[in-house]
Design a protein around this ligand. Structure first.
Ligand SMILES: N[C@@H](CCC(=O)N[C@@H](CS)C(=O)NCC(=O)O)C(=O)O
Length: 247
């Protein structure tokens, strides 16, 4: 049995949902509402000590970290294989996943925080914000949520750096796509799984200018093909996004 603790509009959770959809696996959802701070509930922290989503539970075995989860799924459910056998392609796949982990998560996080999460945090009471800041297992996460919730902004220099990092990352995708229609070459892989939610988020953040209009034509073409895969609808577009929040 596969259970996924996720949040509708978390890029890291979307990454795992895309992988599950590509493999045609059924899973039991447990929605952890980050806007209601459910990620800091004591029972959830027992599963995921960092207080973040996603967390996979497979027959009672707990796996955290989205990259570890998708690798785990590919090992446990090998068909269709999402890791290339050719060593060069495998290395390219891992490099692009690492780029997401090292750079894109922080960059989309800052931009999303300023554009969307801030307005939700601003509705929380001072008591809740103080509790978030004091109790988050990753103090810098608690602090930044409390900062924007109290009316603070992400410094413009940080937002500019995040945008530059994301544009550079799109440059890396464009370069990788020289090798084939997919990010690791001729076969769809975990690199494509990983970058699907991040490129999707960039479209929400008005960053599709980084590839549209022929600027990075291979990425533009890849993105069109990604959106046509059933996993895109199943794992991403059927879920609500920050832009549709009304509560
Ligand atoms: N490295 C982790 C990062 C997980 C992560 O940062 N998740 C975000 C949503 S994309 C989260 O739960 N944020 C809530 C918080 O930081 O309080 C992974 O890839 O699973």
């Amino acid at each position: 049995m596969l259970e996924l603790y996720h949040y509708n509009d978390s890029v890291c959770a979307q990454k795992v949902r895309v992988c599950l959809a590509e493999k045609g696996l059924d899973w039991i959802p447990h929605h952890v509402d980050l806007m209601k701070l459910e990620n800091l509930a004591p029972d959830y922290l027992k599963l995921n000590p960092k207080g973040v989503v996603p967390t996979l539970v497979h027959d009672g075995r707990v796996v955290c970290e989205s990259t570890d989860i998708i690798e785990y799924l590919d090992e446990q459910f090998p068909q269709p294989a999402l890791r290339p056998e050719e060593p060069g392609a495998l290395a390219r796949m891992r490099t692009l996943i690492q780029l997401q982990d090292d750079t894109a998560l922080i960059a989309v996080g800052l931009q999303t925080m300023q554009r969307y999460i801030k307005r939700h945090m601003e509705r929380l009471s001072e008591e809740k914000l103080a509790a978030y800041a004091a109790n988050h297992p990753m103090p810098e996460r608690g602090a930044i949520h409390a900062h924007v919730g109290r009316g603070g902004d992400i410094p413009q220099a940080g937002l500019d750096q995040a945008a530059a990092d994301l544009e550079n990352a799109v440059g890396s995708l464009e370069a990788a796509l020289v090798e084939g229609p997919w990010l690791a070459g001729d076969r769809y892989s975990l690199a494509d799984v990983t970058w699907t939610p991040f490129v999707h988020r960039m479209t929400i953040l008005d960053m599709s200018v980084f590839w549209e209009g022929g600027l990075r034509p291979r990425t533009e073409d890849w993105w069109e093909r990604i959106k046509r895969r059933p996993s895109y609808a199943e794992a991403i577009s059927k879920f609500p996004t920050f832009t549709s929040f009304t509560e």
